[in-house]
Design a protein around this ligand. Structure first.
Ligand code: DC
Length: 221
């Protein structure tokens, strides 16, 4: 069984997907991690821009594999485990730019489709229900007001001791939304047939409860 969760950056889809997968006894497959792993591999190989002359050659030689160990998703590129590097600042900065490349997207799509064929999973991303797995049994679109997303991110960074401005965070989120919604390849959109949940005024557990109710009602048919 495949359950997809798409939504804008900061809507909480990864956290929700993790909790939901645990409750269902499914794997939580995070699609962003695959884009991040390939970016980490490119950075390791001295590629810092999509216009670098070695970009295409490096991408074509890229073999990506996903494995779950103790329920934790490991992503390997050419047999190197990049899981610990996925949140590095440089990786976070370059992944949006790299992830628009069609060859790179094809590699990730193929890996996602192959993995999901043989497993029960909750998979989160931006184009999963709309493009990668449109025939998934249950599709969710997790929305959240931009002010609330900015407040959550602000709190998270403050707790980490970082000095940040709420206005600046909100502006960055708006820029990212604009980019994600308007990119020509795999833009963020509500998948056909998706159940929309607005998490602006809901806790993680409340969102998960709503999803479980939907899943149970679908399973009856
Ligand atoms: O969800 P995330 O921040 O870990 O995603 C990292 C990047 O990967 C993000 O900039 C956009 C890209 N991405 C994508 O293009 N399609 C997806 N399904 C998931 C992520």
């Amino acid at each position: 069984m495949i359950i997809t969760i798409d939504g804008p950056a900061g809507s909480g889809k990864s956290t929700v997907a993790e909790v939901l997968a645990k409750k269902l006894g499914f794997y939580h497959f995070n699609s962003g991690s695959l884009y991040r792993a390939i970016s980490a591999y490119l950075i390791d190989n001295g590629v810092f821009s999509i216009s670098n002359e070695n970009f295409s050659e490096k991408i074509e030689k890229c073999d990506i594999k996903v494995e779950f160990i103790n329920n934790f998703q490991h992503v390997y590129v050419n047999n190197i485990d990049y899981s610990k590097k996925l949140r590095d600042i440089k990786v976070s900065e370059l992944t949006p730019q790299f992830s628009v490349h069609p060859t790179l997207r094809n590699i990730v799509d193929k890996c996602q489709k192959e993995f999901t064929m043989n497993h029960n999973i909750v998979i989160d991303g931006r184009d999963i229900g709309s493009f990668v797995l449109p025939n998934a049994e249950i599709k969710f679109y997790l929305d959240c007001d931009v002010n609330e997303r900015a407040r959550r991110r602000y709190k998270e960074l403050k707790n980490r001791g970082e000095s940040v401005s709420l206005e600046e965070i909100k502006r960055k989120i708006e820029v990212r939304d604009e980019f994600d919604r308007n990119k020509t390849i795999a833009p963020l959109k509500i998948p056909k047939g998706a159940v929309i949940i607005d998490s602006s005024r809901l806790s993680i557990d409340e969102v998960v409860d709503k999803m479980l109710k939907t899943i149970n009602s679908f399973s009856k048919f």
